[in-house]
Design a protein around this ligand. Structure first.
Ligand SMILES: *Cc1c(COP(=O)(O)O)cnc(C)c1O
Length: 452
């Protein structure tokens, strides 16, 4: 098979998402109510999410049908291509076969609309008029604004203030798709005002922006909240990518030995690897699955596997996950989407069970890999995606030493066209490395909520 791209036709698109919950090697710890510490019931989540998504969050069905209306929108860019990175292989001189599943072909340029479209659809079915969310560098906000536009729902986005000012183009994407964007912390919410009272110049964080969005959505019956990662239903929607890949590998007559993906909250990574994890857990295959994160935010590789809040103001349910502490303020590295203090409970459980491996990389190595990729394959990866690219290059270089002909797959979560300032920073030689000091993790350990 010599094709450089493996396409599926629209009629070959998967018709159901894969739910890994019933196949887990150990049961998932339940989310807890932030006030009482008791397991959450569906009614606790009802002010924030439509019932269909709450049902998916707790579902034990292995497959969830994708509604026709969602499939119709997916067809704007899906099925996405699986590329064979022949020129990268040649540049590296590796005997490995390198592939990348290209989620950068969606209109907002990342995997995020896979869940945004589904979430907005279920909200529309249940009469939601307005969806409120947060965004870091703007990828999630723009994906949600895109989806809301297609289903005619208002979209309001709290964007981390530092990014709001540094990255006007993603805000303009949101506005182009009819969304409204506020810099966070803002004076529109109690959570925002409390932060501003302490520090009027706060650059904001994802944790703060989540507090603002949750607070605003909870106050209005016709409004709902939406999260772009971490939660089970978000990971469920992303499995469309891995399911497509399985079919594409069948056509290519190949199967991954190694899958690498970057992890912020864990949704793109889960999407790419969960359908293959099933084969691994069934003992049919022994694929190595590697989650890659920045050394500045090493949630899975150095965090604690404990219950913690998802946000700074302690409004969200407690989730059992790897965490660096809900007060974590990340260093200003360029991979904005990989700077969250927590991680998906599903991914966390699988890491704790040793089914998924982790790696943390320094940003200069990451950008060095991104340039190797851009100069061979042409596509310019998002700084987040570049973490997966770098890890794949390292795997391929190991194969060069050992002569192993491994099949390595990159979860190519998005393009970097709105992140050229990060490339400028690297190309100018001014970029520095950063690893989170152990003292910061020890401090977080002292304030994590106490749970029996
Ligand atoms: C948001 C984002 C990520 C990180 O989020 P996950 O939920 O971990 O997938 C990674 N890559 C890109 C391009 C993103 O936009």
């Amino acid at each position: 098979m010599d094709d450089h791209k493996i396409f599926l036709s629209e009629s070959e698109m998967p018709q159901a998402w894969y739910n890994i919950n019933p196949d887990l090697p150990a049961p998932l710890a339940p989310p807890l109510h932030p006030g009482t510490g008791q397991p959450l019931g569906p009614e606790d989540l009802a002010p924030l999410f439509p019932m269909a998504l709450i049902a998916q969050e707790m579902s034990m069905d292995p497959w969830v049908d994708i509604p026709d209306e969602v499939l119709d929108v997916y067809k704007l860019w899906r099925p996405s291509p699986l590329h064979r990175a022949v020129r990268l292989e040649e540049a590296l001189g590796t005997p490995a076969r390198i592939y990348y599943k290209n989620e950068s072909v969606s209109p907002p340029g990342s995997h995020k609309p896979n869940t945004a479209v589904a979430q907005v659809y279920y909200n529309k079915m249940e009469g939601t008029k307005r969806i409120v969310t947060e965004t870091g560098a703007g990828q999630w906000g723009s994906a949600l604004a895109f989806a809301c536009q297609l289903f005619d729902i208002a979209c309001e986005v709290y964007m981390v203030k530092a990014s709001y000012h540094q990255k006007p183009y993603r805000r303009l994407l949101m506005e182009t798709w009819g969304g409204t964007c506020f810099p966070s912390p803002s004076d529109r919410t109690e959570a925002g005002r409390a932060i501003l009272a302490e520090d009027p110049d706060s650059p904001g964080s994802l944790g703060i922006a989540i507090s603002e969005a949750v607070e605003e959505a909870a106050q209005d019956e016709t409004a709902k909240y939406s999260l772009g990662s971490v939660l089970n239903h978000v990971l469920l929607h992303q499995t469309i990518t891995g399911l497509e890949m399985k079919k594409q590998f069948e056509i290519a007559g190949d199967y991954p030995d190694v899958i690498v993906g970057c992890v912020g909250g864990g949704s793109n990574f889960a999407g790419f690897c969960f359908p293959f994890l099933k084969d691994k857990m069934d003992g049919k295959r022994d694929t190595e699955i590697i989650a890659v994160e920045p050394t500045a935010c090493p949630t899975l590789s150095r965090g604690m596997f404990e219950y913690d809040f998802g946000d700074t103001a302690q409004l969200t349910p407690l989730l059992k996950m790897f965490t660096l502490g809900h007060k974590f303020i990340p260093a200003p590295i360029h991979a904005g989407g990989l700077r969250y203090h927590g991680a998906s409970p599903l991914i966390s459980l699988l890491v704790s069970q040793g089914v998924i491996e982790t790696q943390a990389l320094q940003q200069r190595d990451v950008f060095d890999g991104a340039l190797t990729f851009a100069r061979s394959e042409g596509h310019i990866p998002a700084p987040e995606t570049a973490h997966a690219v770098r890890a794949a290059i390292d795997e391929a270089l190991k194969c060069k030493e050992t002569g192993e002909e491994k099949c390595i797959v990159i979860g190519y979560s998005g393009h970097g066209h709105f992140d050229m300032a990060a490339y400028e920073h690297y190309l100018s030689g001014d970029m520095t490395d950063y690893a989170l000091p152990q003292a910061d993790i020890d401090e977080a350990a002292s304030y994590l909520p106490k749970v029996e």
